[in-house]
Design a protein around this ligand. Structure first.
Ligand code: AMP
Length: 539
């Protein structure tokens, strides 16, 4: 029997209709460039977004076309977050930490037609633009400097534009946004989010056992807006009508502390590295800024160290919420809220639970598989986590790309090795993917190995992730030199630095006689990880 419920599409335009109708006066505060804070309202922003949409249409952008951004977290980036999907086009947020070669590949693979770029990121943009299909560049200025010839000024574009209604209906299953994720072989893969995925994900963020976002919140995403839609917070804030604070490019602990305090932020989110440096500052200068407005600090992107949970909780009365997610999951997968069965457990037991990745968000289903098949949920057995759900990627952009990441029955293979407790709580124990996650951003071990092995003195090289007190992980290289060759680690590291972003360069490089191998001849990286795991922490 067919239902008689309305089939109103779950879309970003629907979120924006609600935002304008009910929360138009709520505020968005941004740091623009190095400058002062800029305050606006959702109503004003939506009017400007309508102009941006009109301008993009005039520039030839139609349904399904990709519009790229290369921007920090600020109001004009948010205007693109609204305008582009609401006009039926696809917002493609480029990661400003990537190498020009990678960005050239990504923008070409996505078929980006327009780029919206911050003025201070223009040198980066200019280093890859010519290798992409991008036709028009719109520069978001923070100074009076004129935009380069052939490019357009964001404010000029808006001033000249006729607004376009943002509330045109789009199909909920059509593409709203895309974001690339690092591949283990060095090739990034495009994840394409539907309107429905974004709408359901945003709604979930409001659940009390989830982020618990609500109208009374002032939300500050420190996580970049190019990283899985800033974990969904811009749309999550819009759906509940929370104020937003966008910190721009000043992400040092002192600037963040000042902004958290002055804007009375109640919910903030970022990777452990960011919060680690804030904790150090707060410990060194306790009580300088009143941070009592913060009700929750979300930490994700890498496992939260128990010391961070304790440090913020016990010394500064700030509660950390730990969550696990992935770009392929838009990104929220699981969240570690202490369940009632542990309400009377020891403090130690509760901290231990909060340092795990926790249980799935509604509609996210999990299982894990070892070579012997699906593992029992006994908290002991380990296997690769597989997930499915309405905001989980069903494939990557491009025919056949990354097909191995999906099982025959339609689950996504995460590459994270977990144990699952009898209540469905996961704990990440290892990683099947050959990558290093440093300060929340990926480094490809394979790319570093290729670069090292291109050196005439190197026979072979293995790069592993080694725990690091500041960056969670840093790359570490073990190198075997060719016979009768001699060189110094510094020489090889300088060689590496020539071909990859500076922050990818391993912090240490050792020479060894042979790289341990598996029976099938592959590098046995687990043996190297075991041997060198204390390298950066036991100094
Ligand atoms: P990304 O797609 O860049 O967001 O990276 C997702 C990956 O980061 C996951 O597959 C994990 O390997 C790692 N990750 C994310 N959140 C956590 C967490 N809370 N604990 C441990 N690893 C995490």
């Amino acid at each position: 029997m067919p239902s008689l419920s309305m089939d109103l599409p779950l879309t970003i335009p629907a979120i924006l209709r609600r935002l304008r109708t009910h929360f138009g006066d709520k505020t968005v505060v941004s740091r623009r460039g190095e400058g002062a804070l800029h305050q606006t309202t959702y109503r004003q922003m939506l009017e400007r977004s309508a102009k941006l949409a009109g301008a993009l249409r005039q520039l030839g952008i139609d349904a399904g076309d990709r519009v790229a951004t290369l921007c920090w977290n600020h109001d004009r980036h948010l205007e693109a977050y609204y305008a582009v999907p609401a006009m039926g086009a696809v917002l493609h947020t480029l990661n400003l930490r990537l190498h020009a070669d990678e960005l050239a590949f990504i923008a070409s693979d996505a078929g980006d037609r327009i780029l919206i770029v911050d003025d201070d990121l223009l040198p980066l943009a200019q280093s890859f633009l010519a290798r992409t299909p991008i036709e028009t560049v719109i520069v978001v200025g923070t100074t009076d400097a004129p935009v380069p010839a052939g490019m357009r000024d964001y404010e000029g574009v808006l001033a000249a534009a006729a607004p376009m209604a943002l509330e045109t209906e789009v199909e909920e299953t059509s593409a709203a946004a895309m974001c690339y994720t690092s591949g283990t072989t060095g090739r990034s893969k495009g994840v394409v989010y539907s309107h429905r995925a974004v709408a359901l994900h945003s709604l979930t963020l409001g659940l009390a056992d989830n982020f618990g976002l609500r109208e009374a919140d002032t939300v500050m995403p420190v996580v970049p807006m190019f990283h899985a839609n800033a974990w969904g917070l811009p749309y999550g804030a819009a759906i509940v009508g929370a104020n937003l604070v966008l910190p721009g490019r000043q992400l040092d602990a002192r600037s963040l502390r000042e902004l958290l305090g002055s804007q009375r932020v109640s919910f903030t989110a970022g990777v452990p590295t960011v919060w680690n440096s804030l904790l150090q500052l707060l410990d060194a200068e306790p009580g300088v800024v009143d941070l009592s407005s913060i009700r929750a600090m979300l930490v994700g992107g890498a496992a939260v160290p128990e010391s961070l949970l304790r440090g913020f909780g016990e010394r500064h009365a700030i509660e950390i919420i730990h969550a696990w997610g992935m770009t392929e999951l838009a990104p929220l997968g699981t969240i570690a809220r202490v369940p009632t069965r542990l309400a009377n457990a020891s403090l130690e037991a509760r901290y231990r639970y909060r340092a795990t990745q926790g249980t799935p968000a509604p509609f996210i289903e999990i299982r894990a598989r070892s070579e012997a098949g699906l593992i029992p949920w006994d908290g002991e057995a380990m296997g690769e986590l597989e997930v499915r759900g309405p905001w989980v990627a069903a494939g990557y952009h491009g025919a056949g790309i990354g097909a191995a990441a999906f099982t025959d029955d339609g689950w996504f293979r995460t590459g994270d090795i977990v144990a699952i407790d009898p209540f469905g709580g996961i704990e990440i124990r290892d990683r099947a993917k050959d990558l290093v996650k440093s300060g929340g951003e990926w480094i490809s071990s394979v790319e570093l190995e290729k670069r090292l092995m291109d050196h005439p003195d190197v026979l072979e090289a293995a790069v592993i992730a080694v725990p690091h007190p500041r960056w969670q992980e840093r790359p570490f290289a073990a190198v075997v030199l060719k016979e009768a060759r001699a060189t110094a680690p510094e020489v090889l590291l300088a060689w590496v630095a020539d071909g990859v972003p500076r922050w990818w360069v391993p912090d240490a490089l050792v020479f060894i006689d042979a790289i341990p191998r598996t029976s099938t001849g592959k590098f046995l990286k687990s043996a190297l990880r075991e041997r060198y795991q204390g390298w950066y922490t036991s100094a």
